[in-house]
Design a protein around this ligand. Structure first.
Ligand code: C2E
Ligand code: CA
Ligand code: CA
Ligand code: CA
Length: 278
């Protein structure tokens, strides 16, 4: 009935208003977190399948806000993209990773860290110069950082994004195509986007051990990537059966809860020591 429709509409309206309010609140708290603290990085191991060791991790952002509690990047990164705060967040992440790497180096640990970049970062005219400045200031070289980008981050302005990626590559940073297989034209994009590595999206990996279609897809992505001279990472490896399949198929790096969830730095150090002594 019309009455029901109106009731549904108003419930929907309330839902939307609440969501919108939450988004506005998060966006305003972002600024506070940047200035007063609240962000942290966790690090997830990326295991070398043939060597059976781990020298690389991915930095993943965490945010605990005094009023709003724990928030995850899938919610606040898109809002930061929208507000433009993402550039400041990326700056913070890079600075924090460098600070952490200096601590690790001081303990005799050499760990390469992958950093996620967003669409805005790919259009920033100053990203590469700032990055090189920050590294030089710390006395680090560009091979200690890798960058992960998604195809969707290149879509709004592909020419500018590709030029940025070429600058990053020429400055010595290794680049990885994240969430591979989820876009519309992933295969043809690999011809244009200068990455050295493909990271197969976790949606193809989570049930790999059970799903034959995923197995076929993943094998062909690995073969195709290898034919293009790229290394392959699988994310979302949650069980031993999947890790064995991927290793047998020559997938170079494995990441996922089977090995470890993303960890605070001290917990990562303990994990790395255990893993080495296994
Ligand atoms: P992503 O880059 O694709 O990161 C992988 C996500 O999968 C992470 O979620 C990670 O915690 C989760 N994951 C890892 N292993 C497994 C597994 O075995 N099973 C399952 N189900 N999930 C697994 P997280 O940390 O919540 O990050 C979500 C997304 O937020 C990231 O997706 C990335 O797009 C974005 N993000 C995170 N940190 C940053 C950052 O510092 N900067 C930017 N621009 N984006 C970030
Ligand atoms: Ca990533
Ligand atoms: Ca991913
Ligand atoms: Ca993702």
């Amino acid at each position: 009935s019309a009455e029901q429709a109106r009731a549904t509409a108003s419930v929907y309206q309330i839902g939307m208003d609440e969501l919108h309010l939450r988004q506005i609140r998060i966006t305003s708290r972002l600024q506070l977190a940047l200035h007063k603290g609240g962000f942290e990085l966790n690090y997830q191991p990326k295991v070398d399948s043939s060597a059976g060791d781990c020298k690389q991790v991915e930095a993943l952002l965490r945010w605990r806000d005094a009023e709003m509690g724990q928030m995850f990047p899938d919610e606040f990164i898109p809002l930061a993209e929208h507000s433009g705060d993402i550039l400041l967040i990326t700056d913070w992440v890079i600075q924090e990773v460098i600070r952490q790497q200096l601590i690790w180096l001081g303990k005799g640990r050499y760990i390469t860290v992958s950093i996620n970049l967003s669409a805005h970062d790919l259009l920033s005219k100053t990203l590469v110069d700032r990055l090189l400045g920050q590294l030089a200031h710390a006395g680090l070289e560009s091979h200690c950082l890798h960058f992960e980008i998604t195809e969707s981050a290149t879509i709004s302005d592909p020419v500018a994004a590709i030029a940025q990626l070429e600058r990053l590559r020429d400055a010595g940073f290794r680049l990885s195509m994240d969430d591979f297989g989820t876009g519309y034209s992933s295969l043809s994009q690999l011809k244009l986007i200068p990455v050295q590595e493909v990271k197969i999206d976790k949606s193809f990996i989570l049930k790999l051990d059970e799903q034959e279609t995923d197995q076929r897809l993943v094998r062909s992505i690995i073969d195709m990537g290898h034919n293009l001279g790229l290394s392959i990472v699988a994310e979302g490896v949650e069980n031993e059966a999947s890790s064995r399949l991927l290793t047998a198929w020559g997938c170079e790096y494995l990441q996922g809860y089977w090995y470890s969830k993303p960890l605070p730095p001290e917990a990562l150090e303990i994990w790395l020591d255990d893993f080495e002594n296994k």
